[in-house]
Design a protein around this ligand. Structure first.
Ligand code: ADP
Ligand code: ADP
Length: 232
């Protein structure tokens, strides 16, 4: 589903060289809930930006669904981006738009019909339990509700991969647990592969089946969560 083969990423800035990723080999299979854990600066965000094609590797290959990202033409790249949903620590919602509109935006950008958008947005809001808040603005919502909007928006284009970048790091433990339960249900119900980026081991232990531990741009350990971390 997603494979990184011998991936290096080197940043050159103001004469300073940083090797953000160092010979990363990683295989994420369809249906995995794959955790990437590491301290700040380990290279997690860089890894995410390579998977969703915001950055190119300095060397090595990033393969999504059997195709090397670097070989994509612009149309294929757009299709690929619709197939990868993202949710963020800071939710990244449009504050001046309603919940309904925030979720509709990817569908509007994709040129879907009004009827299609209306049906799909209502369905998505049901999935995340926010049907009653369609007309609310983000400022009127709790953190957990905002992330539910983020999840609904990320699922709008029916992606097969959902990248969760510190998606629960701004939430309290109870809300975090609820969001993780929702993500797990979504992965099963819609057969979405989840990539869960976090610095918290408890997040990995709650929902992931596989994990890669990153340090200084390297994967220092990877495998089944129970083998790597033991019983929670
Ligand atoms: P994490 O997400 O695990 O905190 P990052 O991927 O953000 O780690 O960063 C890994 C390393 O790469 C850090 O040393 C960071 O300073 C460096 N880095 C990340 N992005 C850039 C960039 N655009 N330019 C220069 N250095 C960068
Ligand atoms: P804007 O203010 O950016 O023009 P609107 O909030 O007026 O956006 O919504 C644009 C379209 O989205 C409307 O035509 C309407 O069909 C649909 N819409 C907005 N809010 C809802 C809602 N709560 N339930 C159903 N459809 C909605």
């Amino acid at each position: 589903m997603i494979e990184l083969q011998g991936v290096d990423k080197v940043f050159q800035r103001k004469g300073k060289t940083t090797q953000a990723l160092n010979n990363i080999n990683l295989k994420i299979e369809q249906g995995d809930i794959y955790g990437i854990i590491g301290y700040s600066g380990a290279g997690k965000s860089t890894l995410v930006r390579l998977i969703n094609a915001l950055e190119a590797p300095t060397s090595g290959r990033v393969v999504v669904k059997g195709q090397v990202i670097g070989d994509f033409n612009p149309k294929q790249l757009r299709e690929m981006k619709k197939d990868i949903g993202m949710i963020f620590q800071g939710f990244n919602l449009l504050e001046s738009k309603t919940v309904w509109k925030n979720v509709a935006i990817p569908l509007i950008l994709a040129g879907k019909s009004k009827a299609f958008i209306s049906e799909r947005v209502n369905e998505l809001l049901e999935v995340v339990g926010l049907a009653e808040r369609a007309g609310s603005y983000p400022a009127e919502l709790s953190g957990g509700q905002k992330q539910r909007v983020g999840i609904a928006r990320a699922l709008a284009t029916n992606p097969s991969i959902l990248l969760c970048d510190e998606a629960t790091s701004a939430l309290d433990p109870q809300t975090t647990a609820q969001i993780l339960v929702l993500l797990k249900r979504i992965s099963q119900q819609f057969n979405v592969t989840l990539v869960v980026i976090t610095h918290e081991m408890s997040v990995i232990q709650k929902i992931c089946n596989k994990v890669a531990v990153m340090e200084n741009g390297c994967i220092v350990e990877h495998g089944n969560v129970l083998d790597v971390f033991g019983q929670p």
